[in-house]
Design a protein around this ligand. Structure first.
Ligand code: AP5
Length: 250
């Protein structure tokens, strides 16, 4: 199995809560287990995507669960998920209880043999505390929490050119990381879209929410001795290489 096939397996389990057959994952490295922190648009998802492609890790993004739910018919959505979509579209955080129960339902993904990158979770201190309980219960330990840092003007430029694939979740940028054919996903050929929460008014809300609710996690994880900082300037491949270095993988 190549990493792309592996992606299909964990992605379905993560997005749809399907059972996960971990015996299908064959890797020659120990599992890597990271949480990615950082402001919206800093490039967390892009580095996680490269780690998934090149190291076979599962890229577990809570935002992807809500975006996938949005494309389902209304009658297939639980009331909690329907409500969650509204929060996401406005750029606000989904309530902690909803996010925590979605992650609990998907704990099998944390056992993917190549490891995981959690991107967008935990995002508040109560989520971090609940996640710590999940890790203890599952007998798992994080290698590190990587905090990506980038000046705000770079972040705005990254968000305003972002395009995403609604099917396989690949992320592009119209200038910095364009697809081979404009508007079409390199991986699965689906038409790329602009995320609804990349509208300027939703970006403003997301930045405020980040400062108020997510930035405190930097101190939280520092006090646990898990925090490491990644300077997110440079090309995606440069930031990826720096991330591996900070994470102690190479
Ligand atoms: P989520 O999907 O997690 O979004 P986010 O945190 O706002 O992060 P982004 O995906 O916007 O940014 P990113 O850092 O991954 O950047 P990317 O790699 O795409 O959350 C969305 C919403 O879901 C939340 O607002 C909330 O409502 C809800 N939600 C999710 N989790 C939740 C939780 N735990 N609790 C409560 N609510 C939750 O890069 C951005 C752009 O820059 C791309 O175009 C990319 O190609 C480009 N780029 C990346 N790296 C580089 C580089 N090095 N050089 C140049 N361009 C680059």
């Amino acid at each position: 199995m190549n990493a792309q096939n592996g992606k299909q397996i964990w992605l379905e389990a993560w997005l749809e809560g399907k059972p996960l057959d971990t015996s299908l994952c064959k890797v020659n490295h120990p599992p890597y287990r990271f949480v990615f922190l950082g402001a919206p648009g800093v490039g967390k998802g892009t580095v996680a995507q490269l780690m998934a492609e090149r190291l076979g890790v599962a890229h577990l993004a809570t935002g992807d669960i809500f975006r996938a739910a949005k494309s389902l018919p209304q009658d297939k959505l639980s009331p909690a998920l329907r409500e969650a979509i509204g929060y996401m579209q406005r750029g606000e955080l989904v309530p902690d209880e909803t996010v925590i129960s979605l992650v609990r339902e998907r704990t099998a993904c944390l056992h993917w043999p190549a490891g995981f990158v959690l991107d967008g979770f935990p995002r508040t201190v109560p989520q971090a505390e609940a996640f710590q309980g999940i890790l203890v219960k599952e007998g798992l330990k994080l290698d590190a929490v990587l905090n990506f840092e980038l000046p705000i003007d770079f972040i705005i430029a990254r968000l305003s050119g972002r395009r995403t694939c609604p099917k396989c979740k690949a992320v592009y940028h119209i200038v910095n990381n364009p697809p081979k054919q404009p508007g079409v996903c390199d991986v699965c050929g689906t038409e790329l879209i602009i995320r609804e929460d990349d509208r300027p008014e939703a970006i403003r809300v997301r930045m405020e929410v980040y400062k108020k609710s997510t930035a405190p996690l930097i101190d939280y994880y520092e006090s646990k001795g898990l925090l490491k900082t990644v300077v997110a300037k440079g090309t995606p491949v440069e930031v990826y290489a720096r991330t591996l270095n900070v994470a102690g993988i190479v």
